[in-house]
Write a protein that binds this ligand. Sequence first.
Ligand SMILES: Nc1nc2c(ncn2[C@@H]2O[C@H](COP(=O)(O)OP(=O)(O)OP(=O)(O)O)[C@@H](O)[C@H]2O)c(=O)[nH]1
Length: 461
Amino acid sequence: MALAKEKVIEEARKLLEAEGIKKSISIVVIGHVDAGKSTLMGRLLYDLGRLDEKTKRANEKGSENIGKSSFSWAWGLDGTTEERERGITMDIAQQALMTPNRLITVLDAPGHKDFIPNMISGASQADCALLVVDSSTGEFEAGFQRAGQTREHLLLVRSLGVTQVVVAINKLDQVEWSQARYKEIEDLLKPFLVQTGFHPSKTTFVPVGAMQGVNLAGRDMEEAEELNVWYKGPTLVDILDKLTPPVRDILGPMRLPVSNVFKGQRTGAAVSGRISGGVMQVGEKLAVLPGEETAIVKSIEIEQDSVPWAASGTNVTLYLTAIDPIHLNVGSVLCPPNNPVPIAASFIAKLIVFDIQIPITAGTAVEVFHHSKDLPATTVKLISTIDRGSGKVIKKNPRVLTKGTSAEVQIDLRNAQVGGGILSSRGIPLETFAANKDMGRVLIRRGGETIAAGVVTEILG
Ligand SMILES: Nc1nc2c(ncn2[C@@H]2O[C@H](COP(=O)(O)OP(=O)(O)OP(=O)(O)O)[C@@H](O)[C@H]2O)c(=O)[nH]1
């Protein structure tokens, strides 16, 4: 028997307010190629008891066999997730970390070449970014200069509404744990972070050595001796444990943007994603947008546990009945049939333009990337350029948008059938950023390259 909605909301509220309960938060790991992202996460999983000895040893052996023993920690993330065992291909690897006060979902993008699109789907679900930088001589500079990914990733997560960032300054063992080098990198990054729109109070720096596990969960070890001479601050885990959790809008309408679809033979249709508003419960009927289909929630899983209901901010797997799995797609949105997400084909977005060579003009053919889906669109009208700091209009009706500009732009989806015809020409489920943060973030791409990112300010139709 399903509980009355009010009852579920009441229970959710009680649970959220309860003392001692772990607050959930999602982080996306970003940084230049080879900065040590996977090593850091693999080692952290191990230190926090999420990677067992057997897997660790198998990874060491496996990576040694192919002559890449220095990558053994990264294998903890890249090879053996539960999802892989179930034979599911994922856009982004998800891992859960447990710190004393936080349940942290880590969104890590596997693969190198097509990294940016994967990172984007991670970033569009994240509350916080963990930026890993390589402190070795020349390497930080390489990652930070124009073509390096450090700047681009930071700009991207910020323009998608992520406001908190933790910067792990890694590989300090390569520079003899030099405090001066640590300070130098911090001093170079700080002004850039402010300029990108991160408030200094939401920015934390931490020195680490991911490979040796120095200052991740602790630094009570021989390898940390040199660091301990000058660093008395928190460990990475201490910092993660104090991240500000997202405000959960449990009273708002329920929205579940689908980030993965599983079509198991035994289990039937299942979807996963992070609830971005409201509450849902077993037995509830949900609309699957875009389209006319509905489904019934057969069961809800959080972290492999079956639960009767789930609230906004939680990553869930839903098993569904009364629907043909053919109607479930990555990018679909599940919501109550009586309070659906608007379907939009034309909207205004506030964008930040990336480091592009060819400027954006009115009429540029682009792709809108929203919740793991790419859709053909046109920048119909360049409304104004905006000062990033004050938010004031600098120029109305600009002729072109060049790199680094902030602007309001009208975007129309083009008449095209996409992704097996499921997302039709009539539009996509979209809301303004003010109504729902997760539903109101978009990326603009051109020829596979991300050229701008931002938030939806108005739905035109
Ligand atoms: N000396 C040293 N090497 C490290 C440290 N952390 C990572 N590495 C090495 O740096 C290399 C790259 O590490 P990865 O974890 O694969 O880096 P990544 O950022 O995930 O790389 P991509 O997935 O290619 O973007 C590996 O050879 C690691 O062993 C560290 O603290 N010290």
